[in-house]
Design a protein around this ligand. Structure first.
Ligand code: 4BW
Length: 147
């Protein structure tokens, strides 16, 4: 019953700020960044995959270490010297889960089944931050503990 309520409820402003990693703390790249820069950001941040934003801070997609390394995979070795020949736009995927800040928690939960993070946008499509699988599970756990 509590879970049903949670599923259909809008995420409150308080919960959004608790659940969401805000935009300034999210490691990201732009689609016109060279791939060597993107790989550096991914390695330094430690994340597998991060959002790709445009100059207006709108979400364009996501890029991960696997896609970058795959693009420079030669017949016998990873050809690191080719990294600077490509841009993020050459390897990124435009498929990225996204939702508006005022949509239901159920949508975030459903998206998180297949995606490790969900991009949160305002009504004009500006990127506000990400909601991670970890924060979604933590919220459910907190609600279950109240039962
Ligand atoms: O650097 C890390 N610090 C901490 N505290 N945990 C980490 C770190 N790197 C990975 N983790 C853990 C988290 O539990 O491994 C999980 C999988 O990481 P991922 O996917 O494969 O890099 C993490 O799970 P999560 O917190 O639920 O995050 C899910 C995914 O969201 C991450 C990554 O793709 C993205 N992400 C999380 N925080 C991010 C971020 N992307 C950019 N900037 C951030 N600050």
């Amino acid at each position: 019953m509590l879970l049903q309520t949670l599923k259909n409820s809008q995420i409150t402003d308080n919960e959004i700020s608790e659940l969401m990693i805000s935009q300034e703390k999210v490691a990201h790249v732009q689609s016109n960044n060279p791939l060597d820069h993107a790989l550096l950001v991914l390695i330094k941040s430690g994340y597998t995959s991060i959002p790709v934003l445009d100059k207006q801070y709108k979400v364009q997609g996501q890029v991960g270490k696997a896609q970058i390394l795959d693009s420079i995979l030669g017949m016998e070795r990873i050809e690191m010297e080719r990294l600077h020949e490509y841009f993020v736009s050459d390897v990124m995927t435009e498929k990225v889960p996204r939702m508006k800040k005022d949509e239901t928690f159920g949508k975030a939960l459903m998206l998180s089944i297949n995606h490790p993070f969900v991009c949160i946008e305002d009504n004009d499509g500006a990127f506000l931050g990400i909601m991670t699988r970890r924060s979604i599970l933590a919220l459910i756990h907190r609600h279950l503990e109240k039962i």
